[in-house]
Design a protein around this ligand. Structure first.
Ligand SMILES: [Fe+2]
Length: 408
């Protein structure tokens, strides 16, 4: 990528980012799901089987008579092709049945799928370091997330003080969204991935013109210039992805995230002159220096609610500012390989989820995925252990830090 011009100016009120507008798709493919939430698909266009993840093998298009496998062209006739309906399928003269454990499955649910083939998203992600999986979330999931986040139609609702994952099945469903997870696994070249912290829904309120704002940064585990967890440059290994879920529509006016797209490949921290996070949050910074950079070298992605923007965590970015009276909902999620220490301990959240009604309202596949993503593990000669924080040792390290600080 071309060298990024270092600006000689301090941050300013200038706000003219390059706008990237993601259109609402006119059409979506379909999934054919088993009762446990797995996907019917085929690798060879002949033999149908059940998959525990989504790649091109699990993508179907609607036809007059039923469904057509997008990659292989295999056609199935169906008793229904309506979204969210249950159907029986035939391949030629044969009824389609599969087994899940000991159970014979002969009915499939027709579910909302992606606009494009997963391989097409992967190609884009590999090429540019970010991809939009446009309107990938079903309307019911978007609705649940807006309710938990108290945004859009639920703006008058009072937020509930309970971990979002235990409040509503939509939070587990979005966390286990299969294409963003498959892309993350492919991009980071490991199947063993984790959430860096528990999922939360943030609601951005109108900017008041004076409060301190988020500056330019890279995300966990890089945090270049703001925490320096991973040295610069980081090399070829990808140690983090960021998944931004648009719970509300993201627009220029309501605070859509601002990026320097392509900057992941520079292997550099954002320039201090742009206003970096650990400076802009200092009290009085905005009054003295103005806002972080938002000029023509930056990019703002506008996208409809239900869209996932997935990007290499090294990409420079900062939060936008909401200039409207409507709170803008988002889930900002760090995903890391299993060998990276998480940003926060997720064990209490996952235990709350296991004990919640939300757990009973999601499929077996979503439950399995949440446990995989949120239980951090040690797998060593001594066996398998789940990692969590230890209170006694936490107390000890905090005391040590305090003692060390007081020496100076
Ligand atoms: Fe960030």
């Amino acid at each position: 990528m071309p060298a990024i011009k270092r600006l000689g100016t301090v941050p300013s009120e200038e706000f003219c980012p390059n706008i990237v507008s993601i259109p609402r798709p006119t059409k979506h493919f379909r999934y054919l799901n088993t009762p446990s939430g797995d996907w019917l698909g085929t690798n060879d266009g002949e033999n149908l089987q059940v998959f525990g993840h989504v790649d091109d093998a699990a993508i179907w298009d609607v036809t007059d008579a039923g469904f057509k496998h997008v990659v292989s062209g295999l056609e199935l006739s169906a008793t229904s092709n309506e979204l969210n309906a249950t159907c029986r399928l035939r391949s030629g003269n044969e009824e389609v049945t599969v087994t899940e454990g000991d159970v014979l499955v002969d009915e499939f649910t027709i579910e909302h799928g992606p606009e494009l083939l997963p391989s097409s998203y992967l190609e884009t992600l590999n090429k540019q370091g970010w991809v939009s999986i446009s309107c990938i979330l079903p309307d019911s999931v978007v609705d649940g997330l807006q309710r938990v986040g108290c945004v859009d139609a639920y703006a008058d609702r009072t937020p509930v003080r309970q971990t979002p994952l235990a409040q509503d099945p939509s939070v587990a469903q979005v966390s286990a969204e299969p294409i963003s997870l498959w892309l993350t696994r492919e991009y980071m070249k490991t199947n063993d991935i984790r959430l860096g912290h528990s999922p939360g829904i943030s609601a951005l309120t109108r900017d008041d013109g004076t409060r301190e704002v988020q500056g330019w940064h890279t995300d966990f585990p890089y945090l270049w210039g703001t925490g320096d967890r991973i040295p610069v440059p980081s090399g070829d290994l990808v140690l983090g992805m960021q998944r931004n879920v648009c719970v509300s529509d993201f627009t220029r006016e309501n605070g859509a995230t601002i990026f320097k797209l392509g900057s992941h490949a520079s292997n550099e921290a954002p320039p201090e002159e742009w206003g970096i996070s650990n400076h802009t949050y200092r009290k009085g910074f905005r009054a003295e220096y103005g806002l972080p950079y938002g000029g023509e070298e930056s990019d703002l992605i506008e996208a409809p609610a239900g869209t996932i923007i997935l990007y290499d965590a090294r990409t420079w970015h900062r939060a936008g500012m909401n200039m409207t009276d409507h709170r803008r909902g988002a889930i900002i999620q760090a995903i890391v390989p299993g060998y990276i220490i998480p940003f926060m301990d997720t064990s209490q959240t996952v235990k709350s989820f296991l004990a919640s009604d939300a757990f009973n309202q999601v499929t077996e596949r979503v439950r399995k995925e949440i446990e995989k993503l949120m239980v951090h593990k040690i797998a060593g000669p001594g066996g398998l252990f789940a990692i969590t924080t230890d209170e006694e040792l936490t107390q000890r390290v905090r005391e040590q830090r305090q003692a060390a600080a007081s020496v100076y």
